[in-house]
Design a protein around this ligand. Structure first.
Ligand SMILES: [Mg+2]
Length: 219
């Protein structure tokens, strides 16, 4: 069983929202809904450039900081600004309440495949008390490929020494996670916590991890 982390096991959106409000208020920046929407757009765009290999992990953080501080901002100034955001973000880290019970109940080997850097996700899963469930933690920075590239999924299957058809991948993003996994020959499971959209053919859709054991038993 392969897992996404952010917004699957870990409430990234909730922690980011809290940290955004605290950080932007402290920095004297607008922190209303429109400003949050802009912050999310900047985050998505910079993160897409990181997963495409165009920016380093610190580079995508600096890009987001410079959107507020100006293009002439030095790396040190951008890093300091982002570090103040991260302090609020990490103070808000919370796992979804259905994560630990699902992991404890599922009688499978578990590993993580995340579009992130290993040190960040290692620290996060340890902090959330979930790290011990996973025998492997693979991130795009050590795999060299990002979801939905099939090579990312195949590298994870290889690390588990299992053929793709014997592995299920679960994540909150239909495109990056479930469809990517499905195209790579794995079982693609879409954790759609908030939506009410039907899944495309071949994709398994659940709205809570509480129903994952039943779904996997039927695959
Ligand atoms: Mg995710």
């Amino acid at each position: 069983m392969l897992w996404d982390v952010d917004d699957t096991l870990f409430d990234h959106t909730g922690a980011d929202r809290k940290a955004f409000h605290l950080h932007f208020t402290a920095e004297g920046l607008p922190s209303d809904d429109a400003a949050l929407a802009t912050w999310r757009e900047l985050t998505e765009a910079a993160y897409a450039r990181f997963t495409a290999g165009e920016l380093t992990f610190p580079g995508q953080r600096r890009e987001r900081a410079r959107a507020y501080l100006g293009p002439e901002t030095t790396d040190d100034e951008a890093d300091a600004w982002f570090t103040r955001y991260i302090a609020h973000f990490e103070a808000s880290w919370t796992a979804f309440p259905d994560a630990a019970p699902a992991l404890a109940e599922l009688p499978y080997r578990h590993a993580v495949l995340s579009n992130s850097v290993n040190t960040v996700q290692e620290r996060k899963l340890t902090h959330l008390g979930l790290r011990h469930h996973f025998e492997l933690l693979l991130c795009s920075d050590d795999v060299g490929h990002s979801k939905p590239d099939p090579r990312a999924f195949h590298a994870a299957c290889k690390a588990l020494d299992l053929p793709p058809e014997q592995v299920a991948y679960i994540g909150d993003r239909l495109d990056l996670d479930a469809l990517g996994a499905h195209a790579a020959g794995l079982h693609g499971i879409w954790l759609d916590r908030t939506g009410d959209t039907d899944a495309p053919p071949g994709i398994h859709r659940i709205t809570t991890l509480a129903t994952l054991p039943k779904l996997l038993a039927e695959l």
